[in-house]
Design a protein around this ligand. Structure first.
Ligand code: UN1
Length: 498
């Protein structure tokens, strides 16, 4: 077997080894014997060097006209189009999602590039009249500085692109720390940034642990902004660490997303949506459907249909085009899922399908867990309250729309939600009353398009909206308000002069 490829950090335009001389392996979760590559297990010195490089590069990059910055980003999009298949396959190997979904992940990065590169010629500000004569008032977007980007393994190219591309168009420089479970896809993104000629030091990439690289970014005085996607618990720590240096922080975190199925819903459509929302990416999406609140009148029929379909989903290596559900990312994640299945059983809920780890034959080589559906779940159970991040969905019963909404909103999270109904009045009431950042009607809780705001309330987010929507510019730019007085005399705002 060939030696696994060694991937280096990218600091100040050079691919360099970590000063620690340590590395870690990235293995295929569908087959643990396959090493995708080894990556640098960096130390604080590496992060410092990357931040310094980003600071130096910032002095020039912020002055490059935004439409010119955007030209690089259009070219990043073009290369991703050409390499979509190659990068998708590598993504499936490194983190397991079925190849169709991996193609979607790369496509999401392409969409972000094209949409946000267009912002290079917009980046609109406000112009308003002054209350005084011979005076102009306007406001412009200016960059923030060096941005620390801490990204997850579940969308290993899309989510880094949500941060990196808007950060660059606004004139910031960046240090990216990808999740150690899937650092290869963001390596590809960074490599493409280098290929299109983005100047040295503007994009830096440092792999390694949260305690060293992550903390190095959150604690540094040289970093002006941290954008993080991951668990709510880690997000809290990131937020606390950033408070010391008054950083701007954007947090995109967990969910316990509910789908409501009313008695007038098209049940077959709702079943399709539930399968996709609950089991795509093996439930490892922050927007995954993890609670399905079904009207009592259709509860049995819905559960029977869903269970029958879930049982037929094909679990396996995501490189097989016919596979619906890939492996979980890691042993730790598998253990967590198994623990929650046990918790559910202990709480008296009933797994109608799945619930037991798959180990036979080729399953034994990876972290496979089957689609699992719990019925008999009540709102107080831990199963209904805590984020699992696996192919486990729980079904709750409701008497009415009001009852369903109350159950849906009874959570610490607030990322995504959905309702299946044919009644337009009920749909609009739900859209109004679901306390989430994203709400779907007659569609699953997943499937956000990149040009709309993405994010949630409560423990799902801290008030920002990422993705490639105009709202991402709010994160990665500051407002500067400019007053130009051409009256030739001192004019005093708010002071009566007559
Ligand atoms: C996530 O839920 O972890 O909306 C990100 C979607 C994808 C992004 C999901 N576009 O399903």
């Amino acid at each position: 077997m060939a030696e696994p490829k060694v991937y280096r950090n990218f600091i100040d335009g050079e691919w360099v080894e970590s000063s620690t001389h340590k590395d870690f392996e990235n293995r295929n979760p569908a087959d643990r014997s396959e090493v995708i590559g080894t990556f640098q297990d960096s130390g604080e010195g590496d992060v410092r060097a990357a931040i310094e490089a980003a600071r130096r590069a910032y002095r020039r990059w912020r002055l490059v006209p935004a439409p010119k910055r955007a030209e690089y980003l259009f070219r990043v999009g073009e290369i991703l189009v050409r390499r979509k298949e190659e990068y998708a396959r590598e993504m499936t190997r490194e983190m397991g999602k079925p190849i169709r979904e991996a193609r979607g992940d790369v496509q999401e990065a392409i969409d972000v590039c094209y949409h946000i590169a267009g912002e290079g010629r917009r980046l609109h500000g406000y112009t308003t009249p002054s209350e005084l004569p011979n005076k102009a008032c306007y406001s412009v977007r200016v960059p923030v500085g060096v941005c620390g980007l801490i990204t997850p393994w579940n969308f290993p190219m899309a989510i880094p692109s949500w941060k990196l591309i808007p950060a660059l168009v606004c004139g910031n420089t960046i240090v990216l720390k990808p999740a150690s479970d899937a650092p290869l896809s963001s390596y590809h993104l960074v490599k493409v940034c280098q290929e299109v000629g983005i100047p040295r030091g503007v994009v830096n990439y440092v792999t390694g642990g949260g305690a060293t690289v992550g903390n190095g970014l959150t604690r540094s005085e040289g970093v002006a902004l941290v954008s993080f996607t991951g668990s709510s618990e880690t997000g809290r720590q990131v937020n606390l660490a950033c408070a010391d240096t008054f950083k701007r922080v954007s947090l995109e975190m967990g969910g316990k997303n509910a789908m409501i199925v009313m008695d007038d819903a098209r049940l077959d459509l709702a079943v399709e949506g539930a399968l996709w929302g609950s089991f795509a990416t093996s439930g490892q999406r922050c927007t995954a459907t993890s609670r399905i609140i079904v009207h009592k009148k259709v509860h049995k029929e819905f559960v029977d249909k869903l269970a029958e379909r879930a049982d037929r989903l094909k679990v396996g290596d995501g490189l097989d085009e016919s596979v619906d559900v890939g492996p979980l990312i890691s042993e730790a994640q598998l253990k967590k899922v198994m623990e929650y299945v046990q918790i559910g059983r202990d709480e008296g809920a009933d797994p109608v399908v799945g619930g037991v780890r798959l180990t036979k034959n080729e399953y034994g080589r990876g972290f496979f867990f089957p689609p699992t559906i719990f019925t008999g779940v009540t709102p107080g159970m831990r199963l209904a309250r805590e984020e699992i991040f696996g192919p486990v969905v729980c079904i709750l019963a409701a008497d009415s729309l009001d009852d369903a909404l109350e159950i849906a909103n009874d959570t610490l999270y607030g990322l995504s939600s959905s309702i299946y109904t044919q009644d337009v009045n009920k749909a609009f009431v739900a859209v109004r009353d679901l306390e989430t950042g994203i709400a779907y009607v007659n569609s699953s809780t997943i499937g956000a398009e990149t040009h709309l705001p993405f994010g949630g309330v409560r423990r799902s987010g801290n008030g920002h909206r990422e993705g490639a929507a105009h709202t991402s510019l709010e994160i990665f730019s500051e407002w500067k308000t400019v007053y130009v007085d051409y009256s030739g005399k001192l004019q005093k705002a708010q002071i009566d002069t007559n």
